[in-house]
Design a protein around this ligand. Structure first.
Ligand SMILES: [Zn+2]
Length: 104
């Protein structure tokens, strides 16, 4: 009989160092409907990944991206409002150099 340690971990392995995510810090980010977002930090190489898990009639659909975002930042971004066109225009106007006071 296989021991629990031999079984593949359901979250797979770190794409950077191939360590099983059994050795990872996992933080839930958000839950919307059938989709969960998780933040995983590999305990071996410290690279982080954001994982999307969606339950579908065909099974569990999983997609992940490597990130330099911390779990706290990921939670903050997940709960913030999407960027609007007005935000983009405001940032563009704020960055116009002739609006900054010139230093002498
Ligand atoms: Zn790793």
């Amino acid at each position: 009989m296989k021991s629990k340690e031999d079984a593949p971990h359901p979250l797979g392995q770190c794409p950077v160092c191939r360590t099983s995510y059994a050795a990872a810090s996992v933080a839930p980010i958000s839950q919307r409907g059938q989709t969960s977002l998780l933040h995983l930090t590999c305990d071996s190489c410290q690279h982080a990944m954001i994982l999307s898990l969606r339950r579908s009639p065909q099974g569990l659909v999983c997609a992940g991206i490597v990130t330099d975002c911390s779990a706290e930042d990921a939670k903050r971004f997940a709960s913030s409002e999407p960027i609007s066109v007005d935000d983009v225009i405001e940032a563009h106007e704020a960055l116009q150099l002739d609006k900054f006071p010139r230093s002498v």
